[in-house]
Design a protein around this ligand. Structure first.
Ligand code: HAM
Length: 437
């Protein structure tokens, strides 16, 4: 193996790969614009401390970090959330509320590279700051759905699982767990799908084994899949906050249903999210067939802006990744075939004709037409072959005889028809041809 190979988990984008990536970014950007989000960007290298203890153990263990030449502890960003909190926090009083921002950027996590997971990947991040009510969740869940529906995917292809860390905290409190053990338990629940019962072992080692009754209650709570089931489950519990929470749930579900998106959203209390900063609603998007890793994830993080030195500012957001989105688009056959074809191929006689052709080529290109011509003088036969193979719709033929008569031949390569136009009308003839396409 050559030592010049790419590092594991890092991708190279050949032109067709980049065309696919750009297609994904284009649709995401269209969706974010339609929802009124403003685009921002930020540094790829950040102080290590930005992630320590804020993102959670899992991400901390996956950081690409090093000491820079000035002795600073730095890390390549593994996610955008702490960074965007700093940006918003620093200018919070000057920003018009609600603050709706998005970005499309590259991130780095030292994970085991596997299907759907790389060490470098892209995310669209969309976040709303300054809105404490569930209206922000409605807006973000709708945007997340549009970030996938924009490719032609439907409710049969993907769905959003909605859950709530507030509810979990209230519920665990009702079962007698304090804040620290409750956090630890949520970490275990996050890994339950992957690890099964083993996930509770680490909790047991630290806090003593879970009592069977409590464990059964937790497993039961994880199985909740509807608002009715949730209401039944909490009916007997004393916590008043639980009831107020159900009202918020109703608002979110009614809101997304009114947008016609009800069938995309499932209540699923087994989702708790691995990142430490989430405080309320959390959600993740998955493919319906269930053979891909998460497409997107997000939730409310009302305390993070303040923890990072800003004012107290409620916040909700999500990130969708390019890797699983790309896999899903391929799987469902909705990734377009990108053909790298010019609009026009110029077939040129000798050196004098070349200069005449150059004048038109530049005018056409400046008008936005994609024009190719052979770099070197070639026999006509070879040029016609190249024109046909290029996928161009039109060939412009600049032969010596034609130019002597003051004309250029225009060949429609699809219809296989040809006509002559005066030289000074080439540009307008091309424009007319493409406006009729
Ligand atoms: P996350 O769940 O860690 O959330 O990542 C969101 C999405 O990014 C995942 O669902 C997945 O599509 C993609 N992703 C994450 N890691 C990888 C990887 N190693 N390879 C490929 N794709 C990956 C966050 O990052 C939160 N900061 C999202 C957020 C924004 N919460 C609030 N605002």
């Amino acid at each position: 193996m050559s030592s010049f190979q790419t590092l594991p988990g890092f991708r190279e984008f050949y032109p067709e790969d980049l065309a696919r990536r750009n297609h994904i970014f284009r649709r995401w950007r269209q969706a974010a614009h339609a929802f009124g989000f403003a685009e921002y960007d930020a540094p790829v290298l950040e102080p290590l401390d930005l992630y320590k203890a804020k993102s959670g153990d899992e991400i901390e263990g996956q950081l690409f970090n090093f000491t820079d030449k000035g002795g600073r502890e730095v890390a390549l960003r593994p996610e955008m959330t702490p960074t965007v909190c700093r940006l918003v926090g620093a200018k919070a009083s000057a920003l018009k509320r609600p603050i709706k921002w998005f970005s499309i950027a590259e991130f780095y996590r030292y994970e085991r590279a596997q299907k759907g997971r790389q060490r470098s990947f892209f995310q669209l991040n969309a976040d709303i700051f300054g809105e404490s009510g569930p209206e922000a969740e409605i807006e973000l869940i709708a945007l997340l759905i549009q970030c996938l529906a924009g490719f032609g995917l439907t409710k049969d292809d993907f769905y959003v699982r909605l859950s709530d860390r507030d509810l979990w905290f209230f519920y665990l409190e009702a079962l007698g767990f304090g804040d620290a053990p409750a956090r630890e338990l949520l970490g275990a629940i996050d890994k339950f799908e992957k690890m099964g019962d083993d996930t509770f072992k680490t909790y047991g080692e630290k806090h003593g084994e879970l009592e069977p009754g409590k464990k059964a209650a937790i497993l039961g709570f994880m199985k909740i899949r509807s608002l009715d089931a949730l209401e039944r489950e909490i009916a007997g519990l004393p916590q008043e906050q639980l009831k107020a929470r159900v009202a918020d749930w109703r608002k979110v579900l009614e809101g997304v249903s009114a947008m016609g998106l009800g069938e995309y959203v499932s209540v699923d209390l087994s989702v708790v999210r691995g990142l430490a900063y989430y405080t309320g609603f959390v959600f993740e998007a998955f493919d319906r067939q269930g053979d891909l890793r998460a497409l997107a994830g997000g939730g409310r993080y009302d305390t993070l802006v303040e923890k990072l030195g800003g004012p107290a500012l409620p916040a909700v957001g999500f990130a969708i990744g390019d890797v699983t989105t790309g896999l899903l688009l391929e799987q469902r056959g909705v990734m377009p075939a990108f053909v790298n074809a010019p609009d026009i191929y110029c077939v040129i006689g000798g050196a004098p004709e070349r200069l005449a052709a150059f004048a038109d080529i530049h005018v056409l290109r400046a008008a936005g037409r994609r024009v190719e011509y052979p770099m070197k003088e070639l026999a006509f036969g070879k040029q016609f072959k190249a024109a046909a193979e290029s996928g161009a719709k039109l060939a412009l033929i600049y032969g010596g005889d034609e130019l002597a008569k003051g004309i250029v031949k225009i060949r429609d390569l699809t219809e296989r028809s040809e006509r002559e136009v005066p030289r000074d009308q080439v540009v307008s003839a091309v424009r007319d041809f493409f406006s009729g396409q």
